[in-house]
Design a protein around this ligand. Structure first.
Ligand SMILES: Nc1nc2c(ncn2[C@@H]2O[C@H](COP(=O)(O)OP(=O)(O)O)[C@@H](O)[C@H]2O)c(=O)[nH]1
Ligand SMILES: [Mg+2]
Length: 583
């Protein structure tokens, strides 16, 4: 099915045309039929010669009902612009066309009606020129009479050509159904209708309803008057809802696939049309079937921040229309650039923001990542990025350059931590998460790559490349200590060999030695072996007893025992003796 909206000045023959094409009455209200004027949206449908089904959303032309017109046009991708041959281009011809342009409607057809009353030539010429200057571009034109039926066959053929060029909807897309009508049906309860532009609805689906605290469930579906188990886009659809009261639902609200949209009341937009500086401080923003009041804060020459009176399920790339509520005129269209914009409290923040918005257009993954650096995949989907790519960890997506930079920073932090805490077997993940300002430990872990290693929640430099010279020098430091594995080379010997802070740090990171204090080093396996020796002592022991058992000095024994205390190898008793912890 295809859905088209009518557009055009009041009394130019829109409803008559829809009636002639479909045999259905688009003016649903008794008042409309009595006054011979469309007030609210009308709906009718028919089959085209190709077999394609086309449904019309017939809109009111009177300027008092432009709000209703916009609710009908908002969700529809194509329009039939109607102009009366005998009246020509009029105020709402222009206003409706400006609205289609603001909403970036790209497909349409010009129908000049009442051509039994006047030569349609001048109206066609004028209208086509006006339309050509908008998002609709060059359109086909057909002259008809809704009364005599002349031209209707050509129109049906032209409609077939129009619907054939409409883009195919994405059946897998999330549903955002803008409600254009709601009513109660005896025995069935609340029913809402709308134009389904993408995705699919099924009986039993649970949906979010904007403005409602609880989800609603689809109890029944109808399309073009027939019940259906599922309805795919594009379609006019009527939805019987469970769990909702008629009084709490209506035009302007939307039914949403759960978890796929976020409601926002603050958006940054690009303005098409009037210069931003000319916009009134308060405008009415129309999108889908919604119309909400919005405060305008100009940012750049064609960008602004809008504070919406009511939050809407908007995504980056959405189009909306701004109307001046005072002068009743279409002030322009907007493209949503950001639905979670940064605060502007710092001095100069607005100018910086304007510069950022300069280069933005649609929901482009790389620029979103560039802007947000790290963001959850689900959040990007909600913002309107349809293919957010592969996460770096968990649900997190990262800007590639930022991620590479974080990897380098992590390596530096780990090296620095090793230098500051040479006795620790690496930096704790949580400490690194904090140092790097990351929101999730999983990110730190995902940044670990060789030569870094992650062992039991600590990240270390692992087996780094050790200069052969360093290995030899360290060996020489232990020369002459013979078979005393717990004896440390003295400070003089170290300085003689050129083993300063940096060299010792490297030797520690390379796993050659452990450093117990300034200038106090042992071979790397010494602490493990010392623990075995101490475990063989008959009972609690003093520092002196440990020192003798290990055949070493207090200079080594004291910091070694302190290390054992902190790592849980020994327990320090109140009488200053220690025991080796078992198990
Ligand atoms: N002679 C003639 N009258 C028409 C034609 N189309 C519409 N009308 C009349 O024009 C008036 C307005 O038509 P309507 O369809 O209600 O216009 P709308 O406001 O654009 O929906 C009605 O009195 C129609 O009967 C046409 O093609 N020829
Ligand atoms: Mg009408």
């Amino acid at each position: 099915m295809h859905v088209l909206a009518t557009a055009g000045h009041v009394d130019h023959g829109k409803s008559t045309l829809v009636r002639a094409l479909t045999g259905m009455e688009p003016d649903r209200w008794a008042e409309e039929r009595r006054r011979g004027m469309t007030i609210d949206l009308g709906f009718a449908w028919t089959s085209l010669p190709s077999g394609a089904t086309v449904a019309f959303v017939d809109v009111p032309g009177h300027e008092r009902f432009v709000g209703n017109m916009l609710a009908g046009v908002g969700p529809v991708p194509a329009a039939v612009v109607v102009v009366a041959a005998d009246e020509g281009w009029r105020a709402q011809s222009a206003e409706h066309l400006a609205a289609l342009d603001a909403l970036d409607v790209r497909h349409g057809l010009l129908v000049v009606t009442r051509s039994d009353l006047a030569d349609p030539g001048p109206a066609i010429e004028h209208a086509r020129a006006e339309i050509a200057a908008t998002s609709l571009g060059t359109v086909e034109a057909v002259a008809v009479s809704g009364v005599t039926g002349a031209g209707l066959d050509e129109l049906r053929a032209a409609l077939d050509r129009l619907v054939a060029e409409l883009p195919a909807p994405d059946p897998a897309a999330a549903v955002r159904l803008w409600i254009d009508r709601s009513f109660t049906v005896k025995g069935a309860g609340t029913v809402v209708t709308g134009t389904l532009g993408a995705g699919e609805l099924r009986v039993g689906d649970e949906l979010e309803l904007t403005g409602a605290a609880r989800p609603v469930r689809v109890r029944g579906l109808q399309s073009l008057g027939a019940a259906a188990e599922r309805v795919g886009a594009v379609a006019r659809v009527a939805i019987n809802l469970r769990g909702v009261d008629k009084d709490t639902i209506g035009r302007g609200q939307a039914l949403l696939t759960p978890g796929r949209f976020r409601l926002t009341d603050l958006i940054d937009v690009r303005v098409h049309g009037d210069p931003v500086a000319d916009l009134p401080a308060t405008v009415t923003l129309h999108t889908g079937s919604a119309a909400v009041s919005a405060r305008v804060r100009p940012l750049g020459a064609d960008t602004a921040r809008l504070r919406l009176h009511t939050p809407l399920p908007l995504r980056i790339g959405d189009r909306a229309l701004l109307r001046d509520p005072g002068r009743h005129h279409v002030a322009g269209g907007v493209t949503v650039l950001d639905v979670v914009p940064p605060g502007l409290s710092r001095r100069g923040a607005a100018a910086t923001r304007a510069a950022q918005l300069e280069s933005m257009s649609g929901p482009d993954l790389s620029s979103e990542l560039h802007r947000r650096l790290l963001v959850r995949r689900a959040d990007l989907l909600r913002m309107g990025v349809s293919d957010p790519g592969e996460p770096v960890a968990g649900d997190w997506l990262a800007d590639p350059a930022h991620w590479a930079g974080l990897g380098e920073r992590l390596a530096r932090e780990v090296v620095q931590h090793a230098a500051e805490h040479p006795l620790e077997p690496g930096a704790p993940v949580e400490a690194l998460r904090h140092r790097l300002g990351l929101p999730d430990r999983a990110l730190v872990e995902a940044l670990v790559r060789p030569p870094l290693v992650n062992r039991r929640g600590r990240i270390s430099t692992g087996a780094a490349d050790v200069p052969a010279e360093l290995v030899t020098t360290v060996e020489r430091a232990f020369d002459g200590l013979g078979d005393r594995p717990f004896a440390a080379p003295d400070a003089y010997r170290l300085s003689e060999l050129g083993l300063g802070t940096r060299q010792l740090g490297a030797a520690v990171r390379a796993g050659l030695v452990v450093q117990l204090a300034d200038n106090v080093i042992l071979r790397a396996d010494a602490p493990r072996r010392a623990a075995q020796v101490l475990a063989g002592l008959p009972g609690p022991f003093t520092v002196s007893e440990a020192r003798r058992a290990l055949d070493t000095s207090r200079r080594v024994a004291v910091p070694l025992l302190e290390l054992f205390d902190t790592t849980g190898v020994t327990r320090h008793l109140p009488d200053d003796r220690r025991v080796v912890e078992t198990g």
